[in-house]
Design a binder for this molecule. Structure first.
Ligand code: ADP
Ligand code: MG
Length: 240
C-alpha cells in the first residue's frame, strides 16, 4: 500500500518565529491517524499548512504522490485533501442545506452533490431537520456536524478534523464519535486532532504526540501502551 500523505521536515509559522519546527508525519493508504498534545504547540498550524492556508518556510508536503507544498488552497481541496476547521468559521445567515450545497463547489465534488447531501443527512439527521434554519442559529454540536458535513460535501480523499468534540457534552461527543467511526468505515481516511486520547484511540490506527512544533512520539494502536500510559506520557511531559 502506498503513502497517502507525507509531511517532511516542515517549518511554518506566522511571523519570524516558526511554530512548526521540522515536523514529519505520514499517513499510509488504509489508515487513520490522530494528533494530540498540549495547546499552542502547532496542531492547528500543521493542518492549516497542509491545507495551504499557512505557507511553509521549508520542508515538503506530498499528497497522493504529488508535491503540494506550495499549492493554493482551492487546488488542494480539488486534489481531495479537505479540512473541517476548528471553531466557528462558517456560520451566518446562510441556511444549513445551502451551506452544504455550496461546499460542493469543487469540480471533483460538483457531480456528487446530491449523493453526498444524502450521505451527510444520513450521518447527521439533525442537519436535515434543521436544513432550512440559518446556520448561525445552530447549537455547538450542530455546528460541528455542519462543519464536518461541509467537508464531506467536498468529496474528500483525506479528511482532516480539528478538535471536533471541543466543548461538547459527553452525549454529543459520543454521537460525533460514532459518526466519525462511520465516516472512517465508509473508507474516508482521517487525520483527527483531539485532546481526548480515548476518543482518538477509537478513531485512529496511529497517534502522534505534537510538542513544540515537532512530532516527538509515535504510538501504534496495535502495540500501544494502554491509554493510561499515554495519558501519563502526555500529562507527565505537558506538566513538566
Ligand atoms: N493566526 C495566528 N497568528 C499568529 N500566531 C498564531 C496564529 N495562530 C496560532 N498562532 C500561534 O501559533 C502557536 C501554535 O498554535 P496552534 O497551531 O493553534 O496550536 P494548537 O492547535 O496545538 O493548540 C501558538 O503559539 C499560537 O499562539
Ligand atoms: Mg488547535
Amino acid at each position: 500500500m502506498g503513502r497517502l500523505l507525507d509531511v517532511r521536515d516542515l517549518f511554518a509559522g506566522y511571523g519570524p518565529i516558526d511554530v512548526l519546527r521540522g515536523i514529519s508525519i505520514h499517513l499510509d493508504a488504509g489508515e487513520n491517524i490522530g494528533l494530540f498534545g498540549p495547546n499552542g504547540h502547532g496542531k492547528t498550524t500543521l493542518l492549516q499548512t497542509i491545507s495551504g492556508l499557512v505557507r511553509p518556510t521549508s520542508g515538503t508536503i506530498t499528497f497522493n504522490g504529488a508535491d503540494i507544498t506550495t499549492a493554493q488552497p482551492p487546488k488542494i481541496v480539488e486534489a481531495g485533501l479537505v479540512q473541517s476547521p476548528q471553531g466557528n468559521t462558517m456560520f451566518g445567515e446562510m441556511r444549513v442545506q445551502e451551506t452544504l450545497e455550496l461546499a460542493a463547489f469543487s469540480r471533483r465534488a460538483r457531480g456528487k452533490r446530491n449523493d453526498n447531501l444524502r450521505r451527510v443527512f444520513g450521518l447527521f439527521p439533525r442537519l436535515q431537520e434543521r436544513g432550512n434554519q440559518r446556520s448561525k442559529t445552530l447549537s455547538g454540536g450542530e455546528r460541528q456536524m455542519l462543519s464536518i458535513g461541509a467537508a464531506l460535501m467536498c468529496e474528500p480523499g483525506l479528511l482532516m478534523m480539528d478538535e471536533p468534540t471541543l466543548g461538547l457534552s459527553p452525549r454529543l461527543k459520543e454521537e460525533l464519535s460514532e459518526a466519525i467511526g462511520k465516516i472512517a468505515s465508509d473508507g474516508v481516511p482521517l487525520i483527527v486532532v483531539e485532546q481526548d486520547i480515548e476518543f482518538l484511540l477509537r478513531a485512529a490506527d496511529r497517534l502522534y504526540l505534537i510538542e513544540h512544533g515537532e512530532a516527538v512520539q509515535e504510538i501504534d494502536r496495535a502495540n500501544a501502551p494502554d491509554h493510561a500510559e499515554i495519558m501519563e506520557l502526555y500529562f507527565g511531559k505537558a506538566g513538566a
